[in-house]
Write a protein that binds this ligand. Sequence first.
Ligand code: TXA
Ligand code: MG
Length: 322
Amino acid sequence: METEILTLSDPAAEERALALLDAGDLVALPTETVYGLAADATQGVAVAKIFAAKGRPSFNPLICHVFDLAQARGLAVVGRAAEDLAAAFWPGPLTIVLPLAPGSPVHPLATAGLATVALRAPQGVAARLAQVLGRPLAAPSANPSGRVSATSAGQVLKGLGGKIPLILDGGASSVGVESTIVMPQADHLVLLRPGLVTRAALADASGLKVRDRATTAGVTAPGQLASHYAPAGRVRLDATRVEPGEYLIGFGPEPVAGQELAADVINLSPSGDPVEAAARLFAALAAFDSPDIAAIAVAPIPAAGLGEAINDRLRRAAAPRT
Ligand code: TXA
Ligand code: MG
């Protein structure tokens, strides 16, 4: 894939970005913190392409970028603390983790199946694109997994050139570190990631105490949250044979032995495409998450590329519950 670079002063740049995002493709773009690798957060395949391009070995929940508080209200339950924080710091380098609104259009792959969503209204082109598109943009930092965050278009090109169709060049990021992430609770705030917006500023704007994640009982890093979609039933991985009555999550064109005895089958990608499979994974686990479903078998999924992230997520879903 050829990677095109357009400067923001080019009048065609935003229109080209919009067309790509609307079609479910990726656009790397500048924000005041770091460059983001953006996709339409409501399209599962688009979000899956982010993980594929970054070579990410697991599905972390992603920050969804919005234009303003009004757009945020369509996605999440915005309480008093969030209102105050947004009024003080949006647009800017603050991300607020909020409960998903009922019927929220954010795709479960963007939230890693959590019941919450991280929202940020950035400055500049990312916010404008979210506004014109009318949809939130999921965007982690625009670098290959495990490498430092990119703060210029050149750095994005170095890491992701050939893997994404477009980079918008807006010069060097002014902040240079990722946004502060905060999660409002009933009577305090939990600081999930420090950034330019300080603890003191958060307390000032909200009138609430700010606690660390570590000192707050029951809250842990997102990857370890129990609410990650572990279905009620037992999950059996790498199943090469279906036991009668099991529910089957399949992959690829070949049926699993005994598949005709399965209570129900969801194939993540009949053609064997890992991007499509990633996009459908959380919905499949949710569909089989019922007290009436005791056992779920999952067909082997090749570990290469995005398969590593899919298998990581499945291992978590299959892990013994505490
Ligand atoms: O500055 C930034 O925030 C940059 C620019 C591009 O906006 N974006 C960024 O996004 O750093 P990302 O997707 O890499 O940040 C993801 C982090 C996760 O690792 C997690 O710590 C937190 O955001 N996060 C996202 N959703 C969450 C949720 N529902 N609950 C708790 N933490 C969440
Ligand atoms: Mg990052």
